[in-house]
Write a protein that binds this ligand. Structure first.
Ligand SMILES: Cc1cc2nc3c(=O)[nH]c(=O)nc-3n(C[C@H](O)[C@H](O)[C@H](O)COP(=O)(O)OP(=O)(O)OC[C@H]3O[C@@H](n4cnc5c(N)ncnc54)[C@H](O)[C@@H]3O)c2cc1C
Length: 418
């Protein structure tokens, strides 16, 4: 079976890897010059089943309305976007009832745990270097109410085998001594020991090297301009250089997926949700924090990477396909870093800023599986969970396409739910 995968971010490269492993003849095509140059480039680095909650939580409508005109809102809707996203927005809000939110949350957690297992199996075979650490994550809370609510969530997640350890203030500071300077304003924390971190771009680059040795063809700096179809099948892909043909095709183009699917007659309910990250070297590695610190109330995380870098990532902006790095959003994240680690010796001069567009699906789950076209498959819409779910998504789709007995039932993620 000859397959062309469009997109070489986390979703595309993992799908291509597992397809090749199962014997397919695979080509990956991407408009960028290397793997993971768009949303998979400098994300929050978190592999966190514990944080697999969909963003359309009960109350999201009010949050979005309140954000209008507030540049510093952690989740910001720009008024000018309403004409483009109203259809998606109605679905997003319709899925924010308590029952739907909880069902999606649990499904996402189960799938994230599966994905973590697939990643571990892959690493047994190929010990890739991507600053992987498996110490868990720590959520911090400033008030008793927020802490108690957090503990309730922790207990609730036990039904899907997520372990947690509540930490009072003394225990929190003992676990992560770098929080000592801010202990006066903290109430407590929760340690989720099974969460992990790793640099997604380094992972994709390392996997790319392995896949070249496995015989996967990569075509970089080549954009798919048009998808030709006939009788409910993809006939060919038209790029600036060539017309390419295969037996089957995979659409793994992140936030651009709905733009391409519309060309061939079907809608994917996905919009871009812009987010930012800052990556900074720590001048004195002996002061490196050990744990990723999650402040979920503001959708942001401060994550140690390797021996001498920290990354702050988060915030969400519904601003279309605009990828301008806005100074006020960067200032927001710098403020957050300083709020969590006021004394950390960071080298501001070497600050790396980045923004990316999360492919956000209206019901908070990715879309993995077949499409209305017989030989086109999709792997997209992972929103804020594309790294956490990458390996499970790639393996799951490859199983489906090659007819292997699927280790995970992908029905909850199929396109047919729309
Ligand atoms: C600030 C931020 C923080 C995040 N933090 C986390 C986190 O901590 N944990 C987590 O699990 N997830 C996180 N995410 C989400 C995660 O990064 C994304 O879900 C994931 O990267 C999406 O991967 P993808 O392969 O679908 O898309 P992409 O990485 O964008 O890949 C799509 C690829 O398709 C290519 N492409 C598009 N159109 C075409 C075309 N016409 N022809 C050829 N190529 C094309 C693009 O060049 C691109 O390389 C975060 C996202 C952001 C923005």
């Amino acid at each position: 079976m000859r397959v062309i995968v469009i997109g070489c971010g986390l979703a595309g490269i993992t799908t291509a890897y597992f397809l090749r492993e199962q014997g397919a003849d695979v080509t990956v095509i991407d408009r960028a010059a290397a793997p993971a140059r768009e949303t998979s480039f400098a994300n929050g680095s978190l592999l966190t089943p514990s944080l697999a909650d969909p963003w359309n939580s009960p109350g999201i409508f009010t949050t979005l309305v309140r954000s209008l005109g507030h540049e510093d809102a952690s989740m910001l809707l720009r008024l000018g976007q309403l004409p483009q996203i109203w259809r998606w927005g109605l679905k997003f809000i319709a899925n924010s009832s308590r029952s739907r939110y909880e069902a999606t949350y649990l499904e996402n957690v189960r799938f994230s745990i599966y994905s973590q297992q697939v990643l571990h199996d892959l690493l047994q075979q190929h010990p890739l270097q991507f600053e992987h650490a498996a110490d868990g994550t720590v959520q911090i809370f400033e008030s008793e109410k927020a802490y108690t609510d957090g503990i309730k969530v922790g207990h609730w997640l036990k039904q899907v085998n997520i372990a947690h350890r509540p930490l009072d203030l003394a225990e929190l500071v003992e676990l992560e001594p770098q929080l000592t300077p801010i202990q006066d304003r903290l109430f407590g924390g929760i340690h989720y020991p099974a969460d992990e971190v790793g640099d997604a771009r380094l992972f994709c680059e390392a996997l790319h090297v392995v896949m070249q040795q496995m015989g996967v063809e990569f075509r970089f700096s080549e954009q798919v301009r048009r998808i030709e179809m006939k009788n409910r099948r993809v006939e060919s892909l038209v790029t600036a250089r060539e017309v390419l043909r295969a037996d089957r095709y995979v659409l793994a183009t992140g936030s651009d997926s709905p733009l391409l699917s519309r060309q061939i007659g079907f809608r994917l309910p996905i919009v871009p949700a812009k987010g930012y990250s800052l990556t900074l070297p720590v001048a004195d590695p002996s002061q490196m924090p050990r744990y990723p610190i999650i402040d979920d109330s503001i959708h942001a995380a401060v994550v140690p990477l390797g021996h001498d870098r920290v990354r702050v990532a988060g915030t969400a902006e519904f601003a279309g396909y605009n990828t301008e790095v806005r100074p006020e959003r960067i200032a927001n994240l710098q403020g957050l870093l300083r709020k969590v680690y006021p004394d950390l010796p960071i080298e501001d001069r070497k600050l790396e800023t980045w923004c990316g567009l999360r492919p956000m699906c209206a019901d908070g789950r990715p879309i993995i599986g077949g499409s209305p076209l017989d030989n086109l498959f999709v792997n997209t819409g992972h929103g804020a969970l594309g790294w956490t779910m990458a390996c499970g998504s790639g393996k799951g789709l490859a199983d489906l396409m090659t007819g292997e007995a699927p280790a995970y039932d992908l029905t909850p993620f199929s396109y047919s739910r729309f």
